[in-house]
Design a protein around this ligand. Structure first.
Ligand code: ZN
Length: 244
């Protein structure tokens, strides 16, 4: 079945057509059809607490990431944001076989999503697009070991004290921002910054990556706490997928 069928020529606020399947409840990108039917109702805001979860089986995801030039990072009052330069072939991910191109990275402190009521030190949001659809991958970070990829991003945003000429850093391999093990949550939500548009396909990995304490402090020195408060889950189903 082609999942993209639902969305050809449609905006993300148009609920997909209900279809029946043999032997299992209908889903789009692993999200129950009933959640898509809520799109536009204002009940699908992000972030949420990912505590209550339901096992899923069809959450196929894979990444075509690699070294990519990043545009200069900019600090806003809601995130540290880095636009991703377009690459050939494009950098992005496959959700159930459909390609979503990576558009930008955002970092928030503390993490915006919670897992079982726990926030993490930081989260990265990798924002992807396919036609009018938006799919964001959330990666949680804990303070532990040094993260060389994040150091490049800090240098780009805050200046590299070792290189005061301000030359652009080398391309960053974003593969290092995706946990190589662990499982992930999938649900239908919204952008966490204005205009908080709904219909966003969220994938949040449950395995945190590391940043060093001095990296975390360096970020906090420039960016105040900016996580959006937890939003009600309402009737949404949170699917939990084993990585494969
Ligand atoms: Zn974000």
């Amino acid at each position: 079945m082609n999942k993209g069928f639902y969305f050809l020529g449609r905006g993300p606020n148009t609920p997909p057509k209900r279809r029946t399947f043999f032997g299992r409840a209908p889903r789009v990108y692993g999200i129950p059809i009933s959640d898509w039917e809520q799109v536009g109702s204002g009940n699908l805001q992000s972030p949420i607490d990912l505590g209550k979860k339901h096992k899923g089986a069809f959450g196929r995801i894979s990444f075509r990431y690699g070294p990519v030039p990043l545009h200069p990072a900019r600090l806003t009052d809601r995130s540290l944001e880095i636009p991703v330069a377009s690459a050939h072939p494009p950098i992005g991910m496959f959700l159930m076989g459909d390609f979503f191109e990576l558009d930008r990275l955002q970092f928030h402190t503390p993490s915006e999503h919670k897992i079982a009521n726990k926030r993490f030190a930081m989260s990265a949001h990798l924002v992807h697009h396919r036609h009018q659809l938006t799919a964001v991958v959330g990666v949680l970070f804990q303070v532990d070991k040094f993260n060389p990829g994040f150091e490049r991003i800090l240098d780009s945003a805050l200046g590299n004290p070792c290189d005061p000429t301000g030359t652009q850093p080398d391309p960053v391999d974003l593969t290092h921002f995706i946990p190589d093990k662990g499982s992930y949550y999938r649900y239908l939500g919204s952008l966490t910054t204005a205009p908080h548009t709904e219909g966003v396909i969220w994938t949040v990995f449950d395995t945190p990556l590391d940043i060093a304490d001095f990296q975390y402090r360096r970020l906090l020195g420039s960016m105040k706490s900016n996580a959006r408060p937890i939003q009600p889950t309402n009737d949404r189903t949170i699917k939990y997928f084993l990585r494969h």
